[in-house]
Design a protein around this ligand. Structure first.
Ligand SMILES: CC(=O)SCCNC(=O)CCNC(=O)[C@H](O)C(C)(C)COP(=O)(O)OP(=O)(O)OC[C@H]1O[C@@H](n2cnc3c(N)ncnc32)[C@H](O)[C@@H]1OP(=O)(O)O
Ligand SMILES: CC(=O)C(=O)O
Length: 539
């Protein structure tokens, strides 16, 4: 059989990175793109350098039909080939009479991927047709589309399950597709139940049985055993050179193989240059851009691209990282467009404080006493409920307060504040705050209303400071989070407040306050926010 399948060496050796974010990825629960979103996702994937973008199923999903129509006019892809996805012809129907196959041609893409049943049980019980008719459906559809000038890929649905049940029949589906002219036959772990050793064994058996080169095969995995990426890598190690996956692993059920992890592993661990030069560094940007379009919060803990993928909390890690960042990072984060971060918490040691301070622009090399004091203070404060890992600005103020002559001056001192809550006759509830402060030698009393006590306090403080610090106008309270921390060791509950502030340049910073009283906790966070922001604004 071997000679039948020997395609041009060049094509077989070319590594194909095939993205199905817009088709299989869109099968994720809760995800729904507009056509404009799909076009934007395709542009991002192209910037990441994938070789193929499967845009959807024209003729089945109206939005996908529209996507391909608009893509012709609006997409100018530099790296990727656009692919339309559909099924083999319907059982008992002539291929050129099949409206679904006609829709695939009407999409006018250079390539088409066909899903074909590869498990005899599905053929007989789901398609309710015969083994031979299924092979004829594969043969006819591939031959027809190739004759129409399309590059054709065939996704063998339930390939691994089918192979384990009836290897002879499942192999014959692959054989039929390749003999009919399919560029690659893609082994799909549709139910996502395989483990890497099983993938390896099936590929070795299949290639020996058919005499095909593994380079004629592709791999498509689902993540139901949390092995989708590992299974993809196992297939590549077995010789497969076409990998399918989706951005951030979006997909049906738990999802598909995360294409970012797959590409990074192939490129950085196995040495296959699978995306063009300069593209790997786009990974974080592309991942977050697609998450934004999908309206799915990015997973901070996603391998390679997550915000926490190179974040280090343990003091011992930091002490080795100080010597060499690669002691605790498996790769240089910049290779994938990410960055290392040091988190300072109760688990910090002096090295954590030193590295974090350096990240914030403060060199503590010559200040061992400051390092000792800050490390001790952080541990004490965290034991009381403070949390600095999300509040870099408060941490920076703490470090600077321990440095000789480097603490930013507090913009004011507090004499007192007072808050009233007024429930009015019409049902409205209004808060009113009065602050008495000293600003540059002047005593100021300011009052303001707000929709809540903290808002009123913030407004009153701004009114009081406006004359001396006009730049405060540019600061906005972007986010306000309150957490109640259960008391321990006989203490009552305390409240932790995190305040995120932003300015007109888009910069933002987070501060923290902790107190049994929520207003006082908020006050501490607000004062840090204004102090930090004003200090930055004044250079
Ligand atoms: C593993 C995967 O994820 S493959 C991708 C799956 N994606 C989708 O299903 C999303 C888009 N799907 C759709 O919009 C619809 O299911 C459609 C338009 C394709 C079909 O809709 P309907 O005609 O209403 O049929 P329905 O979905 O109930 O059944 C699918 C039909 O396709 C047939 N079919 C299923 N797989 C194949 C195949 N590989 N080759 C040929 N026909 C197939 C089934 O036998 C069934 O035909 P029948 O109606 O004669 O019994
Ligand atoms: C084709 C496909 O998405 C699958 O078999 O999982």
């Amino acid at each position: 059989m071997g000679g039948l399948f020997v395609a041009a060496e060049r094509i077989l050796m070319t590594f194909q990175v095939y993205d199905t974010t817009l088709r299989d990825g869109a099968q994720r629960e809760g995800l729904s793109y507009t056509v404009a979103d799909k076009l934007a996702v395709a542009r991002l994937l192209d910037e990441f350098g994938v070789g193929f973008i499967e845009g959807g199923w024209p003729g089945a999903v109206p939005k996908d039909t529209e996507f391909f129509r608009r893509a012709r006019a609006e997409l100018d892809l530099r790296h990727a080939v656009l692919v339309a996805f559909g099924a083999t012809r319907h059982a008992g129907r002539k291929v050129d009479d099949d409206p679904q196959v006609r829709s695939l041609l009407a999409a006018e893409t250079p390539a088409v991927t066909l899903v074909a049943k590869a498990d005899l049980r599905h053929v007989q019980r789901a398609l309710r047709t015969s083994a031979d008719e299924n092979l004829a459906m594969v043969h006819d559809t591939v031959t027809y589309l190739v004759a129409q000038g399309r590059r054709v890929f065939v996704d063998g649905e339930h390939f691994f399950d089918g192979y384990r049940d009836d290897p002879g029949y499942t192999a014959s589906v692959a054989q039929t597709a390749l003999a009919a002219g399919a560029e690659r036959f893609v082994l799909c772990d549709t139910n996502g139940g395989m483990l890497p050793s099983q993938v390896t064994a099936v590929i070795a058996d299949l290639t020996a049985r058919l005499g095909v080169a593994p380079g004629q095969l592709g791999i498509h995995t689902q993540d139901d055993t949390a092995c989708a990426v590992a299974n993809t890598i196992a297939a590549v190690e077995a010789g497969v050179r076409h990998v399918q996956g989706t951005a951030n692993g979006y997909g049906e059920r738990p999802g598909n193989a995360d294409l970012f992890a797959v590409v990074a592993n192939l490129q950085l661990k196995l040495g296959f240059p699978v995306v063009p030069e300069g593209c790997l560094e786009q990974m974080v940007r592309v991942s977050r851009g697609i998450a934004e379009l999908a309206t799915i919060a990015p997973d901070d803990h996603q391998a390679y691209v997550g915000a926490a993928a190179f974040a280090h909390k343990a003091g011992l890690h930091a002490s080795a990282i100080k010597v060499d960042p690669l002691f605790y990072n498996h790769v240089d984060p910049q290779l994938v467009g990410n960055r290392m971060r040091i988190l300072v918490t109760e688990m910090a040691g002096r090295a954590s404080v030193e590295l974090k301070s350096r990240e914030l622009g403060l060199d503590l090399t010559d200040h061992p006493e400051t390092l000792n004091r800050v490390t001790k203070r952080v541990k004490e404060l965290e034991a009381e409920g403070w949390s600095f890992e999300a509040a870099d600005a408060s941490f920076e103020l703490l470090v600077r307060s321990e440095l000789p002559d480097a603490a930013p001056p507090r913009p004011f001192t507090l004499e007192s504040y007072r808050i009233l809550v007024e429930h009015r006759e019409d049902g409205a509830v209004v808060s009113e705050a009065t602050v008495k402060i000293r600003v540059r030698g002047e005593r100021v009393i300011a009052t303001a209303e707000g929709n809540g006590p903290v808002n009123a306090l913030d407004e009153a403080l701004r009114v009081g400071l406006a004359k001396h610090y006009p730049e405060l106008r540019d600061f906005e309270l972007a986010d306000y989070k309150v957490g109640i921390l259960a008391g321990s060791h006989g203490t009552g509950a305390v409240t932790r407040v995190l305040v995120e502030t932003s300015d007109h340049t888009g910069r933002d910073w987070t501060t923290v306050g902790v107190h049994p009283n929520v207003v006082e906790a908020s006050w501490d966070a607000l004062v840090d926010a204004l102090t930090y922001g004003l200090d930055r604004a004044r250079g």
